[in-house]
Ligand binder design. Structure first.
Ligand SMILES: Cc1ncc(COP(=O)(O)O)c(C=O)c1O
Length: 396
């Protein structure tokens, strides 16, 4: 008997079950701008799951720049970067970004995901090796899958396992690909050791600074700056959807590498370019990252305050070293229940469940913004203490 291609859809009941239990945490309709407080289904929530780290997504200057870009260039570039979709604003922010991160050139993709997909798949070809951390972001995995190279993995931040892979594949072209800050765990890649090993075995290093740009380093230039080793980042990727308050993604490197990517990446050639509204926002958000370092300082102070407070309540915060603080809560169902109870108490958080985390180690992933006030933070802590005790995640 022929099977119907839609069988899997009609047999998919996991979301229905969650909906009927009242614990469905996805696709909630936000009815306001994305600040530390948002309106969801008509009620105010304090947000503890945004990537708006520096609080720029609703900054008046960023909004104004976005509007002005639409007024000048219209709503769409109507084609790919490769053909008719490149304008002078794209080129301006590419130059500004490359200068900011100290690279010869950069290229702007339509999303961060596209940056990883397009650059990794064209940089690593047949007979070459992508060496990835097991906890690298899904977009890195997707880029590796699209590449004709071989993808191998090392245990998370485990330098002897990385060295084992480098020894095994020595002599081939090798690219080590890492997240600067890991998106679920909030810990930082051991970049000094990774670059030492890369040099020893002749590999290049690609760093995804999605969560570290604007956040790490005195000037917010990411993991390379944090460790004072910026020249050891061979390819720097950053998304514009987090600290840069927009959407889009940059790849920065030597001019010849960027020129090759520009003429080879499928996600530059076969998709339309980033629209003016988004490019205009990036332009000014980047200026604010440079001129308002106090935002970064506030953010890091908030992150340490929250980490210490959660620890003293008895929460397991893992190895977080950043504004991403995961709280391990137990089974998937505990995470869903906790999400719902927090929501009812006025806190909007994110549950992360299997298969994104191992069985029984589901988390509530919390993340912070420079614009959270002490009142917001105290409210969040009060609610996590109350709900954590009610669920037995922390000792009552
Ligand atoms: C580490 C990392 N890389 C890449 C991306 C993709 O970026 P974007 O959402 O801008 O497409 C994300 C997004 O969550 C991320 O966390």
């Amino acid at each position: 008997m022929n099977s119907d291609i839609f069988d899997k859809c009609f047999n998919f009941v996991a979301a229905d079950k969650l909906r009927s239990s009242g614990f469905y945490p996805y696709f909630h309709r936000v009815e306001s701008e994305q600040g530390p407080e948002i309106i969801v289904n008509g009620t105010k929530k304090v947000v503890v799951c945004s990537n708006n780290y520096l609080g720029l997504a609703n900054h008046p200057k960023v909004i104004e720049a976005s509007i002005n870009a639409v007024k000048k260039y219209g709503t769409s570039c109507t084609g790919s970067r490769f053909l008719n979709g490149t304008n002078d604003l794209h080129e301006k922010v590419e130059k500004k970004f490359a200068k900011f991160v100290g690279k010869e050139e950069s290229i702007l993709f339509t999303t961060g995901h596209h940056s990883n997909l397009g650059s990794l798949s064209c940089l690593v070809g047949k007979g070459e090796i992508l060496i990835t951390d097991k906890l690298d972001h899904a977009s890195i995995i997707d880029g590796c899958r699209l590449s004709f190279g071989e993808m191998v993995r090392f245990r998370h931040n485990d330098m002897s396992d990385l060295e084992r892979q480098l020894i095994k594949h020595k002599g081939n072209g090798m690219l080590i690909v890492i997240d600067g800050i890991f998106s679920m765990e909030g810990d930082i890649a051991n970049f000094p050791e990774i670059s030492r090993l890369a040099k020893k075995y002749g590999a290049k290093v690609f760093v995804d600074e999605a969560h570290s740009l604007g956040v790490l380093g005195v000037n917010g230039r990411g993991v390379g700056e944090h460790f004072n080793m910026e020249d050891n980042v061979d390819v720097l990727m950053a998304t514009a959807s987090k600290s840069l308050a927009s959407i889009g993604g940059f790849i920065a490197s030597k001019s010849k590498v960027i020129d090759y990517i520009k003429h080879s990446a499928r996600t530059i050639i076969f998709t339309a370019s980033l629209p003016p509204a988004c490019v205009g926002a990036i332009d000014v958000a980047l200026d604010l990252i440079i001129t308002e370092p106090e935002r970064r300082r506030n953010l890091m102070n908030t992150a340490s305050k929250m980490k210490e407070a959660f620890k003293s309540m008895g929460y397991n915060v893992g190895h977080s070293q950043s504004p991403i603080i995961p709280l391990t809560v137990g089974s998937d169902m505990v995470a869903f229940k906790m999400w719902r109870m927090l929501f009812d108490e006025g806190v909007f958080a994110s549950p992360v469940v299997t298969p994104a985390v191992p069985e029984g180690q589901s988390i509530i992933r919390t993340s912070y913004m420079a614009t959270h006030t002490d009142a917001h933070l105290n409210f969040i802590l009060e609610k996590f203490e109350k709900v954590g005790k009610q669920l037995g995640v922390i000792v009552p």
